[in-house]
Every structure is written in C-alpha cells, then in structure tokens.
Design a protein around this ligand. Structure first.
Ligand SMILES: [Zn+2]
Ligand SMILES: [Zn+2]
Length: 210
C-alpha cells in the first residue's frame, strides 16, 4: 500500500488528481465543488512512531476538501486498528480506531512553514454573505504555504488525540498481582488463594506478630 490515493470527484466531469497524493493535495485541485480523497496510510507516512500510538496495518483515510474563498475546509474519517498496552496488566491489546476530522487551512502569508493553531486573529472575510462552518470553534485551524497542503502533521495529531491516555484492555481488568506479578485475568494466583502457602506471606505474618 502506498500513500497515493484514488480521487473521487464531485460536481464537474473534469478529471482531477492524477498523481495527486493523499497527504499533499495541490491547492489548485481543490475547488469550490470539492474533491474527495481516500486511501490507506501507514503510521510512517503520518510520522507516527510507536511512542505516539502503535498502529496495526494501515489507516484508512477518507477526506473531503473544499475551497471556500481563501480557506480550504477539510472533513474526513480515519479508521484503523491501534495496539495499546494495558496500564493495569501490561498486555498489548488491539482496539479499533475510528474518528472524524475537521480542519480549516488558510494560506500563511508571513511564515514559510505551516503552523498549527496559530493565535493570530482571523482575517476579515471579503464576502460576509457566505456563511460557512469555519466559524465553528471545533474546526482546527492550520496554515499552509506553497502550492500544496501537508496533511500528515494534522492527521498525526488527530490520531494521538483520539487515543486513550490510560488504555485498559477491559474495564474490569484485574491487573497483575503486586506480589508474584501474575496476570490475574488469567486466574487467581497462589498469593490470593493460599496465603499461608506462600513463604513470604508467612514471614510477613510472623513479623506482624512480633
Ligand atoms: Zn489489562
Ligand atoms: Zn500473586
């Protein structure tokens, strides 16, 4: 699988996006009618490392991009499988990853590199009659420079945000025995069932009596 996408188009019959990359769509190809991109991406292509989130296989990404005045509106869906380590029992487990993304890209006229979530106030719209969804607060604002967008940093950030901070293999995960380290999801250990049979436990009992 590569990062190259199949381009589905809406509106006009013009053929778009031959050689158009899912992660770096050319801004000239993004029209007011919109363009849809979809494809499979690896964690490496998004710049994700196992320190961020471990991804099994590829992520299926479907994006719609639309040009509204000087802003590019992006909506989309990301689906795949993440592998997390349970914070209680330390076992790796797979969990489905599926979330939607919304972002707005504006051309950065000052800096050369795109900056996410810039604090600068937004420019006044030239045509206030056109009501867009850009003013909704849940649209993340990004900047782009040059002739194409770089979507990888935004998608990487969204994957990390969509991942649990304290992953649990199951809500009722029993974790590990603090004494023998056995995974208690696989059954009770001897510490729990036969406390007197454990020499350390017996020693502790003796100590407490002294
Ligand atoms: Zn667990
Ligand atoms: Zn134990």
């Amino acid at each position: 699988m590569t990062g190259h996408c199949s381009v589905l188009e809406r509106g006009s019959g013009a053929s778009l996006g031959i050689g158009m990359d899912l992660l770096t769509p050319k801004t000239v190809d993004i029209t007011a009618d919109g363009v849809s991109l979809s494809g499979d991406l690896t964690a490496e292509e998004l710049g994700l490392t196992d320190a961020d989130v471990s991804i099994r296989g590829t992520l299926s990404v479907g994006l719609d991009l639309r040009s509204v005045e000087r802003t590019i509106c992006l909506t989309g869906v990301v689906e795949g499988t993440a592998v997390h380590q349970c914070v209680r029992c330390l076992k790796d487990f797979e969990s489905p990853l599926a979330f939607s993304v919304r972002a707005a890209y504006e051309r950065d006229t000052k800096a050369a590199a795109p900056v996410a979530k810039h604090d600068a106030p937004r420019k006044k719209k030239a045509a206030p009659a056109v009501e867009t969804k850009l003013e909704e607060p849940d649209d993340d604002l990004y900047y782009y420079a040059g002739e194409q967008l770089d979507l990888a940093p935004m998608l990487r950030e969204q994957v990390i945000l969509a991942s649990p901070m304290h992953p649990l293999c199951a809500e009722e995960c029993l974790g590990l025995c603090a004494q023998c380290g056995k995974n208690l999801n696989e059954g009770p250990c001897r510490c729990a069932t036969e406390p007197t049979g454990n020499p350390f436990q017996a020693l502790r009992g003796m100590k407490e009596k002294l």
